[in-house]
Ligand binder design. Structure first.
Ligand SMILES: [Zn+2]
Length: 488
C-alpha cells in the first residue's frame, strides 16, 4: 500500500517535460535548462495563501520509511515502527535511488559528490548562481525513529513540489541536499558528509573510515566508506567541497530531539545557536586490593574518586549554566570483592558559549585534581580529549527569515493564546547545519518532539507539527530569496 503512494507521487504527478535537458545540464545540482526564462520572478504577494501539502508530505515520509523500517511498537499500526536505515546500507541505497528519481521527475539535475552527498535544485532565472539549499539526512540510528533527519528531507521535497506546482519562479535556484552519514552510527563520525564538504575533514580519511564491528554484517570483514559508496552506486564524481558545490544559504528543518518546545507549549523553535561540546575519556588509577582486609585509611580507591568526580562534574556544569554527562563507565579488574585498580569513564560537557565551556572545563579539571589528591598519593587521573567542538552561531539573515516565516505561519494561534508559539532557541545536538555554518550561512527550524524522545523507535512529531514546520521552511526560503534578490 505504502509503495503505491510513492509511485503515485513520483511517477504520475511529477513527471517533468524537461527531464532530458536536465540530465544534460552541465552544472551541479542545477537546473534543467528550460528554466522558465520568460516567466516573471515571484513577489511577496505570491506568498499569500501558498501552502505545503501536509498530507502528501506525511504519506511520502511513511511510504519511504518502508526502506529500513524496524522495531514495531504500540498497537502495531503501519506507521508504528522505528527505523534501522544505517548509512550506505541496502535500504539507504533504495531510499537514495527513490529520492534521485523523485528529484529528476521534478525537473532537477541531481549531482552526487565523492562522499555521496546528493544535491539538486529547481530551475530558476539565473541557474549559474549558488542555490539556496534545504538539507538534512536520510540515514538513521540502528534503533532510530521516523523523523530525525527524514522529516527535513521530506519537508524540503514538499517545498520543491509546492514551488513547482504553483509555478513559483525564483532568481536564485532553490534545492535540496541529502548529507551522507549524519548519524555517525555505522561509520563513527557524525555529520561526515557535511564535514568533508566543508573541508573540515580530508576526503581520504573519510573514505578509509571502517564500520563499527557491532553494526557490521560481517564483523571479521569490515567495510569502509568508499567501498560502500561504490557498492550502492553513490560514489559521485563531483568534488566534495563547498568551493566546488557552493550554497547561498542552508535551511534545515529538524525535530527538536528534546523536551523544551513541548514543555513550553510552543510549536516552532527558531534555532540561532548550537552548543559547544567536548568529549573526554577520564582514567582514574589506584591500587587494587582485598575488599575485606583493607581498611579505608589504607585504600587507594579509584572508584570512590571517580564517583566524586562524576557528581562534581554535574555541580560545576550547573554552576556554569552548562551540562555534563557520563555515559560509559568501566572498572578493572571488575570483581565484587576487589577494590579496582582502574576506572575509566567518558565525560560529555556542553555549553552554548565556547568561552564558558572552556571555563567549565578548567573548573572541572581543578575539582578532579583535588578529588584525586583527597584519595591519597596513589590515586591519579588522566583526561584524554576525544573531541572539541565550538559553539555554532547561525547566520542572522537565515535566522531572521525563519523567524519572519514562523511569525507569518502562527498569527492566528498567537492572537488566540496571547503568546507567541515560537521562540529563538539553542540546539542541544550537533547537526549538518553546524558543519555548513563553518563556511557558509545556515540556520535551523525545530518542531516539537513527543516527550523529547529521539534516537528511539517511538520518536514522534505529530502530522500537524510536521506540516507547520514544512510551512515555516517554505516561507523562510522564499523570504530569504526575496531579500537576497533585493540586495542584488
Ligand atoms: Zn538528525
Amino acid at each position: 500500500m505504502a509503495r503505491s503512494i510513492l509511485q503515485g507521487s513520483s511517477r504520475l504527478t511529477w513527471r517533468s517535460s524537461c527531464m532530458s535537458r536536465a540530465q544534460l545540464a552541465p552544472r551541479i545540482g542545477a537546473p534543467c535548462a528550460r528554466a522558465f526564462a520568460s516567466k516573471p520572478v515571484f513577489e511577496e504577494k505570491h506568498m499569500v495563501g501558498l501552502k505545503v501539502n501536509g498530507t502528501r508530505m506525511m504519506d511520502t515520509l511513511h511510504a519511504t520509511c518502508d526502506f529500513g523500517k524496524a522495531h514495531p511498537y504500540g498497537s502495531g499500526g503501519p506507521t508504528e515502527t522505528g527505523m534501522a536505515r544505517l548509512t550506505l546500507n541496502d535500504d539507504d541505497k533504495k531510499v537514495r535511488e527513490w529520492l534521485r528519481d523523485e528529484l529528476i521527475g521534478l525537473g532537477c539535475k541531481v549531482a552526487v559528490d565523492k562522499i555521496g552527498n546528493m544535491f539538486a535544485a529547481l530551475p530558476a532565472q539565473e541557474n549559474g548562481l549558488a542555490p539556496i539549499m534545504m538539507g538534512s539526512h536520510l540515514d538513521t540510528q540502528p534503533t532510530g525513529g521516523r523523523y530525525d533527519g527524514i522529516l527535513g528531507i521530506m519537508a524540503a521535497l514538499e517545498v520543491l513540489r509546492t514551488l513547482k506546482e504553483n509555478d513559483i519562479q525564483t532568481r536564485r535556484p532553490i534545492g535540496l541536499v541529502n548529507w551522507t552519514n549524519e548519524e555517525g552510527a555505522r561509520f563513527p563520525k557524525t555529520t561526515l558528509g557535511s564535514t568533508v564538504w566543508a573541508e573540515n575533514m580530508a576526503l581520504e580519511e573519510a573514505w578509509d573510515m571502517k564500520e563499527v564491528p557491532s553494526l557490521a554484517q560481517d564483523s571479521r570483514n569490515l567495510c569502509n566508506v568508499k567501498q560502500e559508496l561504490q557498492r550502492i552506486g553513490f560514489l559521485g564524481d563531483v568534488e566534495a567541497s563547498y568551493r566546488a558545490q557552493p550554497i547561498a544559504a542552508h535551511f534545515e528543518l529538524h525535530i527538536e530531539q528534546g523536551p523544551i518546545l513541548e514543555d513550553e507549549g510552543l510549536k516552532i523553535g527558531v534555532v540561532d545557536r548550537a552548543q559547544a561540546y567536548n568529549w573526554f575519556e577520564v582514567e582514574v588509577t589506584g591500587r587494587d586490593s582485598h575488599a575485606g582486609t583493607t581498611p579505608f585509611n589504607l585504600r587507594s580507591d579509584p572508584m570512590v574518586a571517580a564517583a566524586s568526580m562524576i557528581t562534581q562534574a554535574k555541580r560545576v556544569a550547573e554552576a556554569h549554566g552548562g551540562l555534563a554527562t557520563v555515559g560509559i563507565i568501566q572498572a578493572l579488574p571488575g570483581s565484587i570483592n576487589t577494590i579496582p585498580h582502574t576506572v575509566r569513564f567518558t565525560l560529555d560537557i556542553r555549553h552554548h558559549e565556547t568561552a564558558a565551556l572552556k571555563q567549565q572545563y578548567s573548573a572541572t579539571h581543578k575539582e578532579f585534581e583535588s578529588i584525586a589528591d583527597s584519595q591519597g598519593k596513589n590515586v591519579n587521573f588522566t583526561l584524554k580529549i576525544w573531541t572539541l567542538n565550538e559553539a555554532t552561531k547561525f547566520d542572522e539573515g537565515v535566522v531572521d527569515a525563519i523567524e519572519a516565516s514562523a511569525a507569518a505561519a502562527l498569527p492566528a494561534a498567537e492572537a488566540a493564546g496571547g503568546k507567541k508559539l515560537f521562540k529563538r532557541m539553542v540546539s542541544g545536538a550537533g547537526h549538518d547545519s553546524c558543519a555548513v555554518q563553518t563556511r557558509l550561512p545556515a540556520g535551523m527550524i525545530f518542531t516539537p518532539t513527543r516527550r523529547g524522545m529521539s534516537h528511539c523507535p517511538d520518536e514522534y512529531c505529530s502530522p500537524e507539527d510536521c506540516e507547520l514546520g514544512a510551512q515555516v521552511l517554505l516561507g523562510a526560503v522564499l523570504r530569504y530569496e526575496l531579500k537576497d534578490r533585493r540586495k542584488a
